[in-house]
Design a protein around this ligand. Structure first.
Ligand code: TEU
Ligand code: CA
Length: 543
């Protein structure tokens, strides 16, 4: 039967394909590897998985540089493998989401080659621009001051076409011209191709960079006194290169296309989720309205963008801000880790890993997880000579490799990720004690606590209950989930470093008298009026 609302409180588990599970012993994760681990998702009641790019690609940005959108990279398997994965996942009720990387392609895509040669209609598929002039050595001068997010000027000269092309990311990732109707038609064909192959949703990569100023105006510097070679991407406003109003129109157009397919083909709703790091106001624009839908929801990176610690009030504000701003028809979602930003343990105090899992699993809406989050994986040590990522994250000299070390399945060689002696990135040496297999065996492990949360998540209260947020003291934060006729839950967390007394009297209305602790991150027993250990969380059930 058609389930149109499956996505409204699903789990989206991000599988960074290269690092999840290798099936053929080449040291790189692949599609058959994912299929061999489907039980892992079933055990944790994961509703859907998002697989990072597995398409044909020279892998200059780990697949975020696609050279053929409808071909599977042989490193990751075949289209048959993908179909088999979809089939097996479906048996377990698991939906599959894929990456839709359409801000740019790889420069090795045939469209780009044809674009260089000005073959119609590909001539207009990318962002080409004449030089501003030539310097005294005859060198072409870039059209403006736009920078690449991956460092350096965003314009690359092509001597064959005698024009610059724009690349918001790496040199080998030329930006598409999403004003081209013919290009958009091609991209819709690609969407249709994957939907026909059983895909349930698309994660729209780097959506903010879709459209650039048609007049190619210079961006203004945040600090105008900076000299030409002193500033980089983060030092200017992104008025002309980021989230222009046309961006939302383009995504809306793709949404209409998805809606059309959903309507025609019945069955479950296929969804679109957007990836953008931006202001609250602009984020909310991605929801669109009921009459003008854009994406099903934009990723909520609140817990990804933050670091250090929370006071209770701060956390309350962070959480409620989303609900306050979200349009009425909107569905909330919570992300704490991705393949681009440091893992929780490296941004917050390590113990917050549990706290954040408790929160995002019990809050209303969709929860987005990153592989390894269920066992509390932390950034892995990657030596400079082992680094694979040519790009930096957060600050210069910090690559994204440490966020992408292989999944830790067991305590055998390379944590059971691969049979090859050297995996593509080193496994975190802590796999010896931190792995799925050993955590399954120990009662109070990260894995087992997470598993209990995953069961709680499936209750009526968690799915449909109302949400209320409370600042109970400086360090004690709490929220309730209440549904008439069902159990009431209270999630309490101590964000501080000392024991705190939880005073519930009067603060929260309509709580029954009998309290039962359901899951606790430090696994202590609690009675009403007890103290809560530092850095711990537990949901209560009130009867
Ligand atoms: O990321 C786009 C993005 O907004 C950033 O997270 C960016 O990658 C990061 O700040 C770089 O340090 C998406 C993908 O998630 C990322 O892996 C790709 O590299 C990027 O697009 C280009 O496709
Ligand atoms: Ca492999």
């Amino acid at each position: 039967c058609a389930n149109k609302t499956w996505w409204k409180n699903t789990e989206i588990y991000e599988v960074f394909i290269m690092s999840f599970k290798d099936s053929n012993g080449d040291g790189i994760g692949d599609l058959n590897g994912i299929r061999s681990k489907l039980d892992h998702f079933s055990n944790l009641q994961i509703g859907s998985i998002w697989i990072t790019p597995f398409y044909e690609s020279p892998l200059n940005d780990f697949g975020y540089d696609i050279s053929n959108y409808t071909a599977v990279n042989p490193l990751f398997g075949t289209l048959e493998d993908f179909k088999e994965l979809i089939k097996e996942a479906k048996k377990r009720g698991i939906k599959i989401l894929i990456d839709f990387v359409i801000n740019h392609s790889s420069d090795e895509h045939i469209w780009f080659k044809k674009s260089i040669d000005k073959i119609k209609p590909y001539d207009e598929f990318y962002v080409w621009k004449d030089p501003k002039g030539y310097d005294s050595h005859g060198k072409p001068i870039p059209p403006n001051n736009w920078f690449s997010l991956f460092g350096g000027n965003a314009w690359q000269w092509n001597s064959k076409r005698e024009q610059f092309y724009y690349h918001a990311f790496g040199k080998k990732q030329p930006d598409f011209n999403l004003r081209s109707e013919k290009l958009k038609q091609e991209l819709k064909n690609i969407m249709k191709f994957w939907f026909d192959n059983g895909v349930s949703g698309l994660r729209i990569d780097a959506v903010g960079w879709f459209i650039e100023d048609a007049l190619f105006r210079d961006e203004s510097l945040l600090n105008p006194s900076l000299k030409k070679d002193e500033y980089m991407w983060r030092d200017y406003n992104h008025e002309y290169t980021y989230e222009l109003w046309e961006t939302f129109e383009v995504v809306h157009e793709f949404r209409l296309f998805v809606d059309e397919i959903n309507e025609k083909e019945g069955g479950a709703e296929r969804i679109m989720v957007s990836e953008s790091y931006t202001t609250m106001t602009l984020l909310m624009k991605y929801y669109g309205s009921e009459k003008y839908p854009i994406v099903h929801f934009p990723f909520n990176f609140k817990f990804v963008d933050k670091s250090d610690y929370f006071t209770s009030r701060k956390l309350h504000e962070e959480i409620t801000e989303w609900f306050k701003n979200m349009p009425k028809h909107g569905v909330a979602n919570w992300v704490a880790e991705t393949h681009d930003r440091y893992r929780i343990g490296a941004r917050y105090v390590r113990e917050y890993r549990h706290i954040i899992n408790f929160l995002i699993m019990m809050l209303p809406g969709v929860v987005c997880l990153y592989y390894g989050q269920e066992i509390g994986m932390v950034n892995g040590p990657v030596r400079p000579d082992q680094i694979k990522d040519p790009h930096i994250v957060e600050e210069p000299g910090r690559q994204r490799d440490c966020i992408r070390t292989p999944m830790q399945w067991d305590d055998s060689m390379n944590a059971g990720f691969t049979t090859k002696r050297k995996s593509w990135l080193p496994v975190n040496p802590n796999y010896w004690s931190k792995n799925v297999k050993s955590q399954k065996k120990s009662k109070n492990s990260f894995y087992n606590i997470f598993k209990e949360l995953s069961f709680l998540r499936k209750t009526k209260t968690c799915k449909h209950g109302a949400f209320n947020s409370y600042v109970l003291s400086e360090w004690i934060y709490g929220f309730t989930r209440v549904l008439k006729g069902s159990e009431t839950y209270l999630v309490v967390t101590n964000l501080g470093t000392e024991m705190e007394i939880v005073n519930l009297s009067g603060e929260i209305p309509n709580l029954g008298n009998t309290m039962k602790v359901l899951v606790a991150s430090d696994n202590a027993g609690y009675k009403k009026g007890d103290t809560v250990r530092p850095y711990s969380t537990f949901p209560h059930l009130f009867i």
